[in-house]
Write a protein that binds this ligand. Sequence first.
Ligand SMILES: Nc1nc2c(c(=O)[nH]1)N[C@H]1C(S)=C(S)[C@@H](COP(=O)(O)O)O[C@H]1N2
Ligand SMILES: [Mo]
Length: 317
Amino acid sequence: MHFIRRRGWEIAEREATPEGVFLNRRQWVVGAGAIGGALATGAASAQEKDPSADLYPAKRNEKYVLDRDVTPEQINANYNNFYEFGSYKRVAAEAQALKTRPWTVKIGGMVEKPVEIGIDDIVRKMKIEERLYRHRCVEAWSMAVPWSGFPLKDLLALANPLGSAKYVEFKTFHDPKSAPGQRQTWYPWPYTEGLTIEEAGNELAFLVTGAYGKPLLKQFGAPIRLALPWKYGFKHIKSIVQITLTDKRPKSYWEALQDSEYGFWANVNPAVPHPRWSQASEEVLGAGKRVPTQIFNGYGEYVAQLYKGLENERLFV
Ligand SMILES: Nc1nc2c(c(=O)[nH]1)N[C@H]1C(S)=C(S)[C@@H](COP(=O)(O)O)O[C@H]1N2
Ligand SMILES: [Mo]
């Protein structure tokens, strides 16, 4: 048990020093360009086959504005955390093994009406819009992304959650045949995440099915992942297959690996350092600079009220 925890810790530490810190701007451009061609080709053929391609680009919701440039797609699409395909950033090629059709999402637990729904029914039923969101990884790098998708609460509503449900638990697929990372059995697969019902109902909680005006690339967590811009990136679970309403606080993947470093709440706060590094500033991917981190990643006006009365909780770990 100690060995297992230690192992997770070591891997997390290696990840804690993002590649972007070492590469100067010119190296970034060269690095991204070198594999850009191959990736673009792969993406184009995947898109042709994607039955939801006609839904993108979706109309932008102008309410959500950025204070910085959108991260270039080539940089974002080649710098991913997706441990199912490897515990390093260049997993884009490996992630192409993910089969995203057929894809079913189950919504169950404390609901009136359990639902099993295919991804293409989801995207036709929901109203897809584009939102520009900032993303702050716990490793102290950040990006800005034009996600497309719809509010999480709209999908949950299909199942009529019971009044007694207090939390929402999410799970990623489990398929060690296509996802080599899942053959590393010391990790607590499948990737799991959770929110309170109140957080899940917040307007910022967004289910993402597209990015950069196209169906979601596999490395971004196709065909459906979360975006929670006020929380550290590990909460943004990818490739979701199961959503469970429950009255027990879910234990997330990173919490199971190292609870002292990755908690349930994981709200962004520059004043609360990670046990092993500062969270005061962040490396902006592709921009060649660091900027100060903001509390709730700058989204406090939307979410701060969710945490009134919870001051005794570890809200920022
Ligand atoms: N299933 C799954 N979801 C995941 C992860 C993962 O390894 N597996 N990594 C998380 C982390 S740490 C981050 S920062 C974001 C990265 O999203 P991106 O690759 O689209 O930038 O995905 C999150 N969701
Ligand atoms: Mo992250």
